[in-house]
Design a binder for this molecule. Structure first.
Ligand SMILES: Nc1ncnc2c1ncn2[C@@H]1O[C@H](COP(=O)(O)OP(=O)(O)OP(=O)(O)O)[C@@H](O)[C@H]1O
Length: 222
């Protein structure tokens, strides 16, 4: 599903974001990426989304070498991927329903299907009763669930998350991780950047540890 072959990323200011990184994630896996602040976790996710391009090496997603994608192909790639951010990036002047519907509206999904899909996504994250609420009226954990519903509403094969529990207490963080496990159980490939080692250690998934842009360790648990 995702293959990095000797990928390096040097930013224009000379910062080495990633350094000769190679790994393979199979369809259906759930994998954590961890490492110190600045280790390259976000850079790795951005390369998968084509938000950044490698300076050298190859990134393959779903059998496609991203080097071969032109800017017109990128929306098609992103349709296969759902992304969850630490700060939710919700629109605060729109309801929960409208926030979750956004990717479908952008995709040109027919209106009658939008309602059905949005409610199915909200149901999966336990927020069906909040569809008419505004994000400001929700707790931090609920806001993050809305972010997750929005990321999965178009049924992506791949779910990426960048520090999805960064602002949450340990109990809520565990609930959010359990949600990701639910999606993984039904076949979604899940890749989560997180430096919450105590939480990750409790979950039995593969962990890629980065150190200064290099792969330090690839294994199970902490
Ligand atoms: N757009 C950019 N321009 C220049 N340097 C960048 C840019 N984005 C990231 N970097 C640098 O690349 C390195 C890796 O950053 P990245 O954001 O991938 O790390 P991270 O592991 O996600 O860190 P954090 O846990 O703090 O979010 C850092 O040294 C960072 O300062």
């Amino acid at each position: 599903m995702i293959r990095f072959e000797q990928v390096s990323k040097r930013y224009p200011n000379g910062h080495q974001g990633l350094d000769n990184l190679s790994f393979h994630i199979r369809a259906g896996e759930m994998v954590f990426i961890t490492g110190h602040s600045g280790a390259g976790k976000s850079t790795l996710l951005k390369l998968i989304m084509c938000m950044e391009r490698p300076s050298s090496g190859h990134v393959h997603v779903g059998g496609q070498n991203l080097r071969d994608l032109g800017s017109a192909d990128i929306p098609y790639l992103r349709r296969q991927v759902g992304v969850v951010f630490q700060n939710h990036q919700l629109l605060f002047d729109r309801t929960v329903f409208d926030n979750v519907a956004l990717p479908l509206i952008i995709n040109g999904t027919p209106a009658d299907e939008i309602g059905r899909r949005v409610r199915a996504a909200l149901d999966k994250v336990g927020l069906l009763s909040k569809e008419g609420s505004y994000p400001i009226a929700l707790s931090g954990g609920e806001q993050q669930r809305v972010g997750i519903a929005r990321a999965v509403v178009h049924k992506p094969a791949l779910l990426l998350a960048d520090e999805p529990t960064g602002n949450l207490d340990p109990g809520l963080s565990a609930e959010i991780m359990a949600l990701f496990e639910d999606f993984n159980r039904v076949g979604v490939t899940v890749l989560i950047a997180s430096h919450d080692l105590p939480l990750i250690a409790k979950l039995d998934h593969r962990m890629l540890t980065l150190h200064q842009g290099r792969l330090l360790q690839d294994g199970e648990g902490a």
